[in-house]
Design a binder for this molecule. Structure first.
Ligand code: B12
Length: 457
C-alpha cells in the first residue's frame, strides 16, 4: 500500500534534507490519547522536523529529562480530555520550575485558545501556542523557526499581563429553585421487564458486522480528511472516494488479522432519589453504588436520574452499563507502521480502532434495546441510528449530561471492565485509547442535554 493517500498526501514528501528544528512531543500524564499526537508527529516529520515522540501518559519529569537529553526547539503537549488540559497547567509549571524556557505547543480536542492563554501560559511564563490541529502546529513551528517571525509569535503567545491570566466574571442568570424532577420527563410509564441481570462479557466475533456500524462521516471525513458527503460521492464512484475506500479496505484486511472487539455489559436494578441514582444487586435493599448527577439549573431542569422510573408493585426499573474496546495491540502496530514510513496505514489503523469502538457501542446499544424488549423497527437505517432515532439513549461520562469523569470509577467498580482488557488511568481515561463507556436508559423521553460544566477547557 502506498505510505500516504488522500489528505495525508498534501503534507508528505516535502521534507528538506536539513532538519528545520527539533520538537519533543508527548501526551500528558494520565492521558492515553495517541492518534492526534501521532498525526502531529507525521506532519512535522514530513516537513523537515526532527520529532522525539515520548508516547502517552508522560509525566513532567520525563519531559524535563527529554529536554536535557535532546535540546529541542519546542515541546509539544497533547491530551484528549478536559482533565488533560488541567494536567497541562501542572506540566507547564513543572517545566518552568526546571528552568525550561523554549516555546510550548499545546493541542487536543477539549482544549481551547482561551484556556491556553488564561491558564497554561501564565503557569509557564513563556510562550505557549495553542494549535487547533496539526497543520496549525506546523505553521506555528515554521514561524518559530524563522528569525523573521519568531519574536512576534513568541510575544503574541507569552503571558504578559496584557489580557493573559485575566479572570473574567461571567454573570450567571439568577436561578429559580430547581424542581425535584423535570416536568419534561414522564413518570407514569410501565417499567419494561429485563430478562437477565448477570454481567455479559463478549469477544465480538464478526468484525465486519461491527464495521457496518461505523459512521462514514467520522471515519472518512473527520479522521481521513475527505471533504463532502463521502457516501454520496462513493456511490457516484468519485475517484478520490473510491481510492480512499480501497485504501481503508486494505487497512481493514490487515486489522482483521489481529483486531479484537470486546464488550462488557450488565443491567442493574435502579432507583432514583432526586438527582442521585442508586444501583442494586438483584433484590438487595442497600445499593451497590450511587451516582450523583447534576440537574440543569434552568430550562427543562433535566437530570439523568429522572429517566429511571419509580418502583411499581415492588419491581424496580433498570439501567444498563457497558464498556467496549477495540484497542488491543493497536498502539504497537500503529507505531510499527509509522516507524517504517507507512503513515497512512499507521493513521488509518488508529482511526479504524477508535471508530470500531464507537461502532461497537452503537451495535451493543442496539442489542441492549432488543434484549430489553423494544427492538428497532426493521426499516430503521444506520443514518437514523447515528442520530439516535430509537427508544432511549446512551450517555457517556465526560459528555455534557454527565460531565464528571470521576464517575468512571463507579462504573469500574460495578462492571470490572479490566476483564476485557480496559484499565482506568489516574486521569480517568480508558486504556487502550479505542474504548467507550456508557449508561443506557430506556426512557422514551430521553434527550441529549447539558448540565453546564465549570471545568470547561
Ligand atoms: C472521536 C472522539 C472519540 C473517539 C476517539 C477519541 C480520540 N482518541 O481521538 C472515541 C469514540 C474512542 C472517544 C471516546 C471518548 N470520548 Co470522545 N470525542 C471524540 C470527538 C468527537 C473527536 C475527537 C477527534 O477528532 N479525535 C481525532 C484526533 C486526530 O483529533 P484531536 O485529538 O483533536 O487532535 C488534533 C488536534 O486537537 C491537534 N492536536 C492534538 N494534540 C496536539 C498536540 C500538539 C503539540 C499540536 C500542535 C496539535 C495537537 O492536532 C490533532 C490532529 O489535527 C471529540 C469531540 C470533538 N469535537 O473534538 C470527543 C471528546 C474528545 N470525547 C469526549 C469524551 C468525554 C470521551 C470519553 C471519556 C467518553 C466515554 N466515557 O466513553 C471517551 C474517552 C476515551 C478513553 N480512551 O478514555 C469529550 C471530552 C470532554 C471531557 N470531559 O474531557 C469530547 C471533547 C466530546 C465532548 N464534547 O464532550 N471519543
Amino acid at each position: 500500500m502506498k505510505a500516504a493517500v488522500s489528505h495525508l498526501e498534501q503534507f508528505m514528501e516535502k521534507a528538506d534534507t536539513a532538519k528545520r528544528g527539533r520538537v519533543v512531543l508527548a501526551t500528558v500524564k494520565g492521558d492515553v490519547h495517541d492518534i492526534g499526537k501521532n498525526l502531529v508527529e507525521i506532519i512535522l516529520k514530513n516537513n523537515g522536523y526532527d520529532v522525539v515522540n515520548l508516547g502517552i501518559k508522560v509525566p513532567p519529569e520525563d519531559l524535563i529529562k527529554a529536554y536535557q537529553q535532546h535540546k529541542p526547539d519546542a515541546i509539544g503537549l497533547s491530551g484528549l480530555l478536559v482533565k488533560s488540559a488541567q494536567q497541562m497547567v501542572i506540566t507547564a509549571n513543572d517545566l518552568r520550575d526546571a528552568g525550561i524556557q523554549i516555546p510550548l505547543l499545546v493541542g487536543g480536542a477539549a482544549l481551547s485558545a482561551k484556556f491556553t492563554q488564561t491558564k497554561i501560559a501564565p503557569s509557564y511564563g513563556k510562550a505557549v501556542c495553542y494549535a487547533k490541529d496539526a497543520m496549525t502546529g506546523l505553521r506555528l513551528m515554521n514561524e518559530l523557526m524563522d528569525p523573521a517571525t519568531r519574536e512576534t509569535v513568541v510575544r503574541a503567545h507569552t503571558a504578559s499581563g496584557n489580557g493573559f491570566g485575566v479572570t473574567t466574571t461571567v454573570k450567571v442568570a439568577e436561578i429559580s429553585a430547581a424542581p425535584a424532577r423535570s416536568p419534561k420527563v414522564r413518570a407514569d410509564l410501565p417499567i419494561p421487564p429485563v430478562h437477565y441481570l448477570d454481567r455479559k462479557i463478549r469477544l465480538v466475533p464478526d468484525l465486519r458486522e461491527i464495521w457496518s456500524y461505523i459512521n462514514p462521516f467520522m471515519l472518512y471525513g473527520r479522521h481521513l480528511g475527505f471533504r463532502g458527503d463521502f457516501e454520496k460521492r462513493f456511490t457516484e464512484r468519485d475517484r478520490k472516494a473510491v481510492e480512499l475506500f480501497e485504501s481503508m479496505e486494505e487497512v481493514k484486511n490487515e486489522a482483521a488479522e489481529f483486531m479484537k472487539v470486546r464488550a462488557a455489559w450488565q443491567f442493574f436494578e435502579a432507583e432514583s432519589e432526586g438527582d442521585t441514582l442508586h444501583l442494586f444487586a438483584p433484590g438487595a435493599a442497600d445499593p451497590l453504588h450511587t451516582f450523583h448527577f447534576k440537574r440543569q439549573r434552568a430550562g427543562d431542569f433535566l437530570c439523568l436520574s429522572d429517566y429511571v422510573l419509580a418502583p411499581q408493585n415492588r419491581q424496580r426499573d433498570h439501567l444498563a452499563l457497558f464498556v467496549v474496546t477495540a484497542g488491543e495491540g493497536v498502539r504497537e502496530r500503529g507505531e510499527k507502521a509509522k516507524n517504517e514510513g507507512y503513515y497512512f496505514k499507521s493513521h488509518g489503523l488508529q482511526a479504524l480502532a477508535i471508530e470500531s469502538a464507537e461502532a461497537c457501542a452503537e451495535w451493543l446499544h442496539r442489542r441492549i434495546r432488543e434484549d430489553w424488549g423494544f427492538p428497532d423497527p426493521p426499516e430503521m437505517t444506520m443514518a437514523q441510528r447515528f442520530t439516535s432515532r430509537y427508544r432511549g439513549k446512551r450517555y457517556s461520562f465526560g459528555y455534557p449530561a454527565c460531565p464528571d469523569l470521576e464517575d468512571q470509577s463507579g462504573l469500574w467498580k460495578l462492571l470490572k471492565p479490566d476483564e476485557i482488557g480496559v484499565q482506568l488511568t489516574e486521569g480517568m481515561m480508558m486504556d487502550p485509547e479505542a474504548s467507550v463507556s456508557a449508561l443506557v436508559f430506556h426512557h422514551p423521553d430521553c434527550t441529549y442535554f447539558s448540565v453546564g460544566d465549570a471545568s470547561e477547557a
